[in-house]
Design a binder for this molecule. Sequence first.
Ligand code: C5P
Ligand code: C5P
Length: 490
Amino acid sequence: MLSLHKNTKGLEQKSLEVAGELSSIPPGEPVLVVCHLDADGITSGSIIASALLRSGAAPHIRVVKQLDEAAIAEILPIKARYVVFTDMGTGQRQLLERFVSGERRVFIIDHHQPPPISQDGGDSEATSDIMEFNPHFFGFDGSTEISASGTAFLVAKKMSSENASLAPLAIVGALGDMQDKGDRSSLVGLNASIAEEAQRSGLIAVSKGLKLYGFESRPLLKSMEYTLNPYLPGLSGDEGACFKFLKNAGIEPRKQDGSWRSISDLSNDEIRQVTSALIKYLISQGLSSQDAESVVGVLYTIKSEPADSPLRDAREYASSVNACGRLGKYGLGLALCLGDRTGALTDLRELLLEYRKKISGYLRWLESNPSALKVMNSIQVILAGSNIDDRMIGTIISIAFSMKPFTRSKPIFGLANAEGVVKVSARGTPELVRRGLNLGTAIREASEQVGGTGGGHNIAAGGQVPVGKEEDFLSIVDGIVTKMIGGVKL
Ligand code: C5P
Ligand code: C5P
């Protein structure tokens, strides 16, 4: 069974064990690191690759959309005695058994909840040659307290104390996975310990402020326009509306020389003024006071990044790496996380423009196609067909929570066409999870009943179902969710 108490000693021992094995890989030996395409995937892969490089091994990284038969078939022929999966593997353990043959040594460094079959107390690797490190086995919740990059960081630090410098990447990964669910959007649990340590050693600064996108690096007007989480109805994506909003709030958006004002140009009184105007405006737009107030929160700043860099604010860093992954620019995401601050930064600025355009286009499509929204007993569904890229559907449903006509009282599911299958993504809220929602379990069970696959966290999960089975899947998953949260009245 999974441990119910937090077994800190066990976690420590396991990280030491994995670190010991990885450190003993002979110098120059190729190691294949396979990671997921989102921010936590790419940062976790980069942490392990950096630690391996430091210890003398020769890592190369492969980013994949999901760990399925097709991905395994692609990876199998790659010649590497050592393979490390990060941010994936726990839910695909059986599939990975095929991967283990002869001399091959396989590691899983993951934070997804284990399917029932591998809930055997963390010693599951005793039965095979896979060495698996997942904080769930030691009573730590991988959907809120630690990300894959945090888990990878625990191992990296045991490989060498010098790897403590990788802590900012662990924070970026946790924020990318939206684990900032503590008071005022702070990190909690093991994530908070990593952040405290990084703050003590001067790597990051932790402060409270407006959680607008790129707040430190961009003009106030632009950071409002670019903020998508929370979605600012009537402001996100609309420069003219943000200009008017600031004027109405009594804030002059420009300096006397005509250039835009950024946060450092505003007095404390003006910051207070804009904050309270924004909260009032969001409430007037139908957001709950809790959601509206979520524009103020704990900010994590990476001190070594220059003030105007999209990598200085750890949330913006996460969203940048996520954009690279979601647009298939894996090399760029990895280059940034591995420390390239020259060409990669220029490429990133261009890519971010493209990413924002794509998201705005998808949101416009959603707003003008109400028939794509299906409201069921306990879930709300976006039927995107081929109108939203399957790699972006998860991002869009996360944003949809703060958009009309979506409600926070039901999880949002998104269905998008992928190559020969239908990609499913689902997102919940902490409140729904408190009431018993477990999207990872719901998607796994429902997709398996229609011949598909899936899994993930209680609050965010994904999967794929065969074409033509969408309706069956939705009615099964709606039934499961109804049982979990007890049916929700509209
Ligand atoms: O594969 P992985 O665990 O890294 O991905 C989790 C996904 O769930 C991320 O894309 C993250 O943005 C999303 N998420 C979310 N809302 C939450 C928690 C996670 O959208 N509250
Ligand atoms: O793909 P999406 O961003 O919606 O994934 C949400 C979460 O579900 C991620 O943590 C992802 O790793 C997980 N997932 C999974 N099995 C799948 C698809 C997604 O565990 N087949």
